[in-house]
Design a protein. Structure first.
Length: 95
């Protein structure tokens, strides 16, 4: 199957189509924004950290370190660090 590529020129040619398509494109970009995606995937309640469906008792760990690699490492790492707060003891983010 031939891949489908978005043709941005359709937004210039038809203002009505542009007005209908832009909110969809903006919602798609928000959905894949790395920081909010991490915030949706991680939940913390006191000493309990939930990642997806796995729950960790942070009191059972001597230290919590954060490692991130790749072009979204900083955005994702900042979101995780904000959630972990003082429970985070160190780490590295490499882009």
């Amino acid at each position: 199957m031939k891949p489908i590529h978005f043709d941005p020129t359709i937004l210039r040619v038809d203002p009505d189509r542009r007005q209908r398509i832009l909110p969809v494109l903006e919602a798609a970009l928000r959905a894949v924004d790395p920081g909010p995606a991490v915030a949706r995937a991680l939940q913390r309640a006191g000493h309990r950290l939930t990642i997806g469906e796995v729950v960790y008792d942070l009191d059972r760990f001597e230290r919590v370190l954060l490692l991130g690699f790749g072009k979204a490492a900083v955005a994702m790492g900042v979101a995780a660090a904000e959630l972990l707060g003082d429970g985070l003891k160190g780490g590295a983010l490499v882009t």
